[in-house]
Design a protein around this ligand. Structure first.
Ligand SMILES: [Zn+2]
Length: 265
């Protein structure tokens, strides 16, 4: 059975992956992960991305300023971002809101988010969102100021089941990560069940969010013994989502690839 998979969200430029990247990408290819959306989240990531797309076929790029780095942005960040989007075929992300951070950052987060949505709309580009504990505010803010016109993906979706249909009406795709491979993540697994197949994507968020894996599966560890996630582990997400949806893995693979291709043609 040949199966192609699309990792809808990863960070191949992350220094935790750098020493292992060639081997990790070989394992990804063996696992069927032929396409990957690599997101640059900080200004220092952006210059690294074009080289990765050249080095590895199947890697697509997204440039954005993540809410974690909103406060430390440089004066010229928006011009630098514009230049990246101009020079390289790409989309915008990951951008968003994170209310797990200190309240004092919220104003900066919103300023940076809105500037980037404006940029995406000007260039007719799709957007990748990061949203943590801020779903109510995200909907409120973007209902007021406008959603990305060229559609968007909610990466590692952690919102409620009740928000699925309202977000679909606003143009969302929902991407699920290794977080839903853990049985105790009831909320995430309920959301997988609630999202119609046509709006579903799967991702690793490598090197973050390692999925549940049997001990027999080899995994990378950092110097502190913490697991480093890699795109090959997308198969664990595929298996878990297919099981929740009650469909064959091959069917889910095909559907998620075609959804990703419609979002990022
Ligand atoms: Zn990410």
């Amino acid at each position: 059975m040949t199966m192609n998979l699309f990792d809808a969200h990863c960070h191949l430029q992350d220094e935790r992956l750098t020493p292992y990247l060639d081997a990790a990408m070989e394992r990804a290819a063996k696992a069927g992960v032929t396409d990957l959306m690599c997101c640059g989240s900080r200004e220092k990531d952006w210059p690294l991305l074009p080289g990765l797309a050249q080095r590895f076929p199947g890697v697509q790029l997204s440039f954005g300023l993540h809410p974690w780095y909103a406060g430390s942005r440089s004066e010229g960040w928006l011009d630098a971002l514009k230049a990246c989007l101009e020079d390289t075929p790409s989309s915008v992300g990951e951008i968003g809101l994170d209310h797990a951070l200190d309240k004092t950052t919220f104003t900066d987060q919103e300023t940076v988010l809105l500037a980037q949505i404006h940029l995406a709309n000007e260039r007719h580009l799709p957007v990748t969102f990061h949203c943590r504990r801020a779903w109510g505010r995200l909907v409120e803010l973007l209902d007021e100021t406008g959603w990305p016109a060229r559609r968007f993906v909610l990466h590692s979706y952690s919102g409620s089941v009740d928000l699925v249909q309202p977000l679909i009406r606003r143009g969302a795709f929902f991407s699920f990560s290794g977080a839903i491979t853990f049985e105790q993540n009831r909320k995430g697994r309920d959301a997988v069940a609630a999202v119609p197949l046509d709006y579903l994507l799967i991702e690793t968020d490598a090197p973050d969010l390692p999925p549940f894996l049997p001990p027999s599966v080899g995994r990378l560890l950092d110097s502190a013994g913490k697991a480093i996630n890699e795109p090959a582990h997308l198969t664990a997400v595929l298996t878990a989502v297919a099981k929740i949806k009650g469909i064959p893995e091959l069917e889910l693979a095909k559907t998620t690839v075609s959804n990703a291709q419609s979002l990022w043609p």
